[in-house]
Ligand binder design. Structure first.
Ligand code: SF4
Length: 79
């Protein structure tokens, strides 16, 4: 299927986790608290229902990398 065909059908490239989140919200009538409380752990989407991937490891940051990220965040706040 071509991207233009998907776009014509109203779809956009939003990323898999956002798509899962949107699906879970639709499954729970738009209620984010209900998504959080979902107990259907057998559902294949369940680990990802909050729009995050709990299996993804957090990168180990060096002190230099943390300082660079902090400086970049501070720059964004000023802007
Ligand atoms: S994880 Fe829960 S809220 Fe999400 S699709 Fe499955 S049953 Fe619905």
């Amino acid at each position: 299927m071509e991207i233009s065909e998907l776009t014509a059908l109203g779809h956009e490239n939003k990323g898999m986790l956002r798509a899962v989140r949107a699906n879970c919200l639709e499954c729970c009538c738009g209620s984010a608290p209900e998504v959080a409380l979902c107990q259907l752990t057998a559902c294949p989407l369940w680990p990802y229902r909050r729009g995050t991937n709990p299996f993804r490891k957090k990168p180990a940051l060096t002190p230099e990398h943390k300082a660079a990220l902090t400086a970049r965040l501070a720059g964004r706040r000023e802007a």
